[in-house]
Design a protein around this ligand. Structure first.
Ligand code: MN
Ligand code: MN
Length: 301
């Protein structure tokens, strides 16, 4: 396992020449920050195409190509107090990683921070959600992720929405972009306890109808989780389990814009850089700006 070394090991003449790979625009210390970014390079339960453990650094690298000012929101990101903690040290066991994230989230929320977690696979989301039992949840995902267990584990990424339902309770979860579910999940009857807006529903009725419905049914804090396979593969080819006929990039941006001020925690998961042509990491990086921009700025009409 590599190490970035301790601060006291740094030699002043050399630290001017080297940099630690952090998100550009994340110039703030933890204590001064409002947004705290961190990576979770964990992909052990991924079933099809692994490699999401490489996503946090890939997203940071892509972000480097974005302008720091966004005229859409009129926000200059270096002026926003953003801190990047780096990547979490993770082991092999999903439950252990989720427990650690429960502790990490507990500290971040207690300190009044807004976490931006870069996965890693989707299973990690439930660790953060454990700290917010009264929140609502909006999920972008091609899959229902509603299995009770998968490949012998309750903490598999195919079970994450069900685990979150157990924490939040019925009528608190809104999953958008669904187009893949198993008969077992459908027959369980438990899916009725969450709202699923299929990709087809979005295509037929427009994302505005979904946004209005979610706004009507939520009042309070929202955890926003983006499984990158919710997008159509033409927008986001670099994912672990791609699924055709998905959401447009602007569909998801509309939801972030419309709900941004209520979102207290944000994550981007399931991106797999080895299958990417560069578009997925760039979209993920832009989503970070869209989230911060939606909270910090006002949209130009
Ligand atoms: Mn998922
Ligand atoms: Mn998915």
């Amino acid at each position: 396992m590599g190490s970035n070394g301790k601060t006291e090991d740094n030699v002043p003449e050399l630290t001017d020449l080297f940099y630690l790979p952090k998100l550009p625009d994340a110039h703030s210390s933890y204590s001064e920050s409002r947004y705290v970014i961190f990576g979770v390079p964990f992909d052990n339960t991924s079933s099809y195409r692994r490699g999401s453990r490489l996503a946090p650094d890939s997203i940071r690298h892509a972000y480097d190509n974005l302008e720091s000012f966004d005229p859409w929101y009129s926000v200059n990101f270096p002026d926003v107090p953003i801190c990047d903690l780096g990547n979490l040290e993770v082991g092999e066991d999903a439950e252990e990683v989720i427990d650690t994230l429960h502790q990490v989230g507990s500290r971040l929320y207690r300190d009044g921070k807004i976490p931006i977690m870069l996965g890693g696979e989707h299973s990690i989301t439930s660790g953060m959600v454990r700290n917010l039992p009264d929140a609502y949840m909006v999920i972008i995902d091609a899959h229902s992720d509603f299995r009770d267990t998968y490949m012998g584990s309750k903490f598999n990424h195919a079970c994450v929405t069900r685990r979150c339902l157990e924490i939040l309770g019925r009528d608190r979860i809104f999953s958008v972009g669904t187009r893949s579910t198993s008969m077992e999940e459908k027959d369980s009857g438990i899916m009725d306890q969450a709202s699923f807006y299929s990709a087809r529903y979005v295509q037929k009725n427009g994302i505005g109808a979904v946004l209005d419905d979610i706004k009507d049914k939520t009042s309070g804090q929202i955890y926003f989780s983006i499984d990158m396979d919710g997008f159509d593969p033409s927008f986001a080819p670099g994912v672990g389990t791609p699924e055709p006929y998905g959401l447009k990039d602007t569909d998801v941006r509309t939801l972030i814009n419309g709900l941004g001020k209520s979102i207290v925690s944000f994550d981007i998961v399931e991106m797999t850089p080895v299958y990417d042509n560069g578009n997925t990491s760039m979209l993920a990086a832009k989503l970070i700006q869209d989230f911060i921009g939606s909270r910090e700025g006002s949209l130009e009409e």
